[in-house]
Design a protein around this ligand. Structure first.
Ligand code: BES
Ligand code: MN
Ligand code: MN
Length: 461
């Protein structure tokens, strides 16, 4: 591995420059206005894979954004690793809260990133982390030190639910056959406290529409006599959680797996500084389900959150109106053994059943995803843990995360393999927010660690 590591040191500046070029392309998957840029990004990724030495590189068309595939099959006797990542990013809005333009990357020092962090949409989620894999592969291949077969599958629709990737996986089971999936799209606890993500929450996402009268009304002439759909929607939403922040929808918790006291004790031994957490978010106190710690509330417990709510008059000044309609987008994060379709159904039935006769309601389901827990007693987990121990000088802590990567559950179902979530971001890197950034330290730490992973895995498997 010495030659690979020396190569990485020697080519650092170029690796960083290439990442900055990748970050300059606005690959926003949610907004059709960016479709051409999303495609240019797929081409960029495909060219980088080719230059790094991958074979059979192709841009696979889908009903949505393309999937980039490439592979290096060196020897039938080597284990095969499927690297998954995404080149699409979240919309940058709200634009005015960015200190520098989202697609013009700049490097600035921060408290947690004294060596500098790259500020740009997608720097951490997931272009920066995905690109570490391309560069680690390039370095290993150039130095003849790779002893694994590697397949890359980099998609452009993760941030919109990975709808077409499922079809691609089902239709290409042979091409994608592998011993495990490796993903860098999660976080570590801190730059001096490595961790490996051992779980992701699932997701059920719905949009609701509440209709009152057939048109907007004068709030003086009709006010008090006709249901206001915004008032009704707010009542319905606040009724979904009790004073202990327990979700009141009947059946919501029925399938939630409970952890043993030992498991809960172990997970709460992970370093977590509540004061620093509050300070980082400028909040005086945290809030959540009674009886659980912040670490638990954000990983092993399900949630219900309003992501957006609108209706009525929101322009300048005051307009006295009793609106005809109100809307909200609501997400529920799920944990084992909840099922996304089932929870969506439970929500829909509940929401329809509690709506007063004075309004009509409609629930429209969006994308979803199933929760996953990844094992720690496998060769692939141990290979990752040992690689991180080598480069961080500390054994990583296994820790379940709160986010979702919808496709991971499908890897197990369709490809029959386990995933290792070896991410290098920090929770405080503002992914999906203005001023998203990724530590320069983290970028290079990832590139340095991945080759040890391949080495360990080829020796353990
Ligand atoms: N990389 C994140 C998920 C993540 C972040 C997991 C941090 C663990 C720690 C991913 O890109 C993401 O944002 N997923 C979405 C899912 C979606 C849009 C269907 C999410 O979690 O909201
Ligand atoms: Mn991601
Ligand atoms: Mn994301």
């Amino acid at each position: 591995m010495e030659k690979t590591q020396a190569y990485i040191k020697e080519h650092k500046d170029r690796f960083l420059e290439e990442l900055l070029d990748l970050l300059r392309i606005p690959s926003v998957s949610a907004d059709p206005a960016y479709a051409k840029d999303v495609r240019r990004t797929a081409e960029f990724v495909s060219n980088s894979l080719k230059k790094a030495g991958a074979d059979s590189v192709e841009i696979h068309e889908t009903k949505g954004h393309p999937i980039v595939y490439g592979e290096k099959i060196l020897d039938d006797s080597y284990p095969t690793v499927l690297v998954y990542g995404h080149y699409d990013v979240q919309p940058p809005d709200p634009m005015d809260l960015w200190d520098s333009p989202p697609f013009e990357p700049v490097i600035k020092k921060t408290k947690l990133h004294p060596d500098g962090a790259i500020f740009a949409r997608g720097s951490c989620d997931d272009k920066g982390q995905m690109f570490m894999h391309v560069k680690a592969f390039e370095a290993m291949h150039a130095n003849g030190e790779l002893r694994c077969n590697v397949k890359f599958m980099i998609e452009g629709e993760e941030e919109v639910g990975s709808d077409n990737l499922g079809t691609f996986c089902r239709e290409n089971q042979d091409k994608l056959s592998c011993d495990m999936v490796l993903i860098s799209d999660t976080a570590i606890i801190a730059n001096d406290t490595p961790s490996i993500n051992t779980g992701l929450r699932g997701l059920s996402y719905v949009e609701v529409e509440v209709t009152g009268p057939n048109r907007d009304l004068h709030s003086g002439v009709y006010g008090g006599g006709v249901a206001n759909p915004i008032n009704v929607l707010c009542d319905m939403i606040s009724g979904m959680m009790d004073e202990n922040k327990h979700i009141t929808i009947p059946g919501f918790y029925d399938k939630v797996a409970t952890l043993s006291e030992e498991e809960r004790k172990a997970m709460n031994e992970a370093p977590f500084d509540l004061e620093a957490y509050k300070e980082d978010l400028s909040i005086n106190d945290v809030q959540g389900e009674k009886g659980y710690t912040t670490l638990e509330r954000t990983s092993i417990r399900p949630t219900l959150d309003v992501n957006g709510i609108w209706g009525g008059y929101i322009g300048e000044g005051a307009k006295t109106v009793l609106p005809s309609k109100a809307y909200a987008k609501i997400s529920m994060r799920l944990v084992p053994n909840q099922s996304s379709d089932e929870i969506t159904e439970i929500f829909k039935n509940y929401f329809e059943s509690v709506a007063p006769d004075s309004v009509k309601v409609e629930v429209r389901p969006h994308h979803g995803g199933e929760p996953v827990v990844t094992p720690t007693d496998t060769p692939e987990y141990k290979a990752a843990a040992k690689a991180m121990e080598k480069t961080f000088g500390k054994e990583p802590i296994p820790q379940r995360g709160g986010g979702s990567i919808p496709i991971v559950a499908l890897f197990e179902d369709v490809l029959g393999v386990k995933t290792v979530l070896m991410g290098f971001g920090l929770d405080s890197d503002s992914i999906h927010s203005p001023n998203e950034h990724y530590g320069v330290f983290n970028f290079f730490k990832g590139i340095e660690t991945i080759p040890y992973f391949y080495q360990n895995y080829s020796e353990m498997k």
